[in-house]
Ligand binder design. Structure first.
Ligand code: ZN
Length: 162
């Protein structure tokens, strides 16, 4: 059974009864979607979290997922993985303390951990690093770059505010 949980506070969901949620998809319209985080009192838009079997179905093209009861099903989009990294990176840059250092240092390994899948054999580190580079503007700097260019140690200093 898929669950709706917001990215801001309640992802990934803590599955009950041994349910393990391994990845999420974006519901149609996200972030301006009718799907809201299922945690009582939360009003953030929800992502659709999937268990292993649901993820396999998603990867085979499925777009409609059943929740824990028959109230509604959830329809998701098949979107490029880079949108997840961009969302996580944007969140990190917005969350950096105001009046702080005037910059944020983002590490590729830490950024990948936010959306899951790292470390792991299916990690998407090259995409993660590409998003980090594409987000750079004048005044930003690469603080560390692994010899093969893309890797968990890639670290970029982004000037704030964006
Ligand atoms: Zn929430």
């Amino acid at each position: 059974m898929a669950l709706s949980r917001c990215f801001e506070k309640h992802s990934p969901p803590m599955g009950r009864n041994g349910n393990v949620y391994v990845d999420f998809a974006f519901p149609v319209g996200y972030p301006d979607t009718a799907l809201v985080c299922g945690r009582p009192g939360c009003s953030h838009s929800g992502l659709v979290w999937m268990n292993k079997e649901e993820l396999a179905a998603f990867n085979n093209g499925a777009a409609i997922f059943q929740g824990p009861n028959n109230f509604a099903q959830m329809k998701v989009l098949h979107q490029p993985i880079r949108k997840k990294f961009q969302m996580a990176l944007d969140k990190e840059l917005v969350a950096a303390p105001k009046g702080g250092l005037g910059f944020a240092e983002i590490n590729a390994g830490n950024l990948h951990r936010i959306i899951g899948g790292y470390p792991g054999s299916n990690n998407r580190m090259p995409v993660c690093c590409a998003v980090m580079r594409a987000t750079m503007k004048n005044g930003d700097a690469i603080l560390h770059e692994p010899p093969k260019k893309n890797g968990a140690s890639l670290t970029v200093r982004y000037k704030l505010p964006r």
